[in-house]
Design a protein around this ligand. Sequence first.
Ligand code: AMP
Length: 449
Amino acid sequence: MQIGRWNHQSGGDGQARGSTSPSRGSYGGERSYSSRPQERRGSSPYRSSGGRGGDFGGRSGGYSRGRAPARGRGFGVFGETEAEISKFMNKTVVTTEEPVFVPEHKFSDFDINAHLKANIIARGYELPTPIQDKSIPHALLGQDIVGLAETGTGKTAAFLIPLIDKVMKQKGERILIMAPTRELAVQIEQELAGFAKGLGFRGMVAVGGANIGPQISALRHNPAFVIGTPGRLKDLMERKALVLTDFGTVVLDEADRMLDMGFIDDMRTILATMRKERHTLFFSATMSKEIERLIGEFLSNPVVISVKTRDTSKNIDQDVVRIPRGADKFEVLVDLMQNREFSKVLIFGRTKFGVEKLAKELSRRHIHAESIHGNKTYGARIRALEAFKHGKVVALVATDVAARGLDIPAVTHVINYDLPSTYEDYVHRIGRTGRAAHKGKALTFVQGR
Ligand code: AMP
């Protein structure tokens, strides 16, 4: 972990959380995805063997793991070369125990509203996570913050706790939170509602894909927290429903993703409308030249806190499933899903159409699946997400954009049914499993050559 003034350090490596050094030889021994019949939903025995070149054996397709002849990079896909494929195969090496993080602070140490403290405890938070431990004291002092942290590190509470306290201490203070996706905005609002219980205010969500009328009405009540996606926020500004000069604080959550999604102009317009002497908190999972430029543009002398942990990847057992030419990868997926161990599976596809079709085909095969992608209405996406979260379906098939930032507890497996576009997307995808102290598994389908 790093902590320091922005001026004094570069603060990042420009890599997508480069925590997964290729080490596929390091996982030894044979492993079974539960071949015991009583643990399986279906009847087909299924095994994977660890280590290089092992077989996902026994099946007619003989899909396997290991080496295949190298091929040139395909257009817009990561994982077409052997060097890239090796990055999908880092095995969890559980040889040494990670040192337990000992926070410097307890929640009780923070000089925050007593009721807020009680709400934090009531939510079951015992100790601050590293990002909370390091950033909350600075945020409470009103300092600008750059948090290099991904979803799963507790970054949401890292900004919500000091900002709720601020709203309690400074009457009339209003907070704007920008997030890349509707789902993330809704999650932030839900977390806010938990912390703000009984404190006399709530936030509102301003996202696209939902009717703008109720959002305009909600804004008339001057909510203390407005959480939205840049496009809709700008729309609301243009309609004069959202007056940003009232806001003294702004959070940019997952700024790197907002940049990737082409929100940069909207972000600039929104921030340019806000007061210059505002309080700005900026969170990004990755550091790049563009992100560095944005930090220079939007923040003033920020404290930089990096918790780009290795934990996410260390908790994730990664491997590839090689599908020989001519074999049907859908059947491979169906086969895998027969295994009881695959009980909460997030499956990634590349296109909205493909994702929709895959979910339907799985359901037709009695593997209950929901889909989440940009062609679905906001309500349908939330319903799909809730069904998956609560175990009503075993699989959620998603596009990258739709799944970004989702916090779904206890995902057992991430399956890259289609290859991701970039290694960064890969890291984001697999980061949906292996959260908190859980172990997770990530399997990437690689088509035969
Ligand atoms: P986030 O990185 O903000 O998406 O948070 C990931 C998950 O960790 C969420 O389910 C939070 O409710 C949970 N969480 C955040 N901070 C803590 C904490 N200090 N103790 C326990 N759980 C936490």
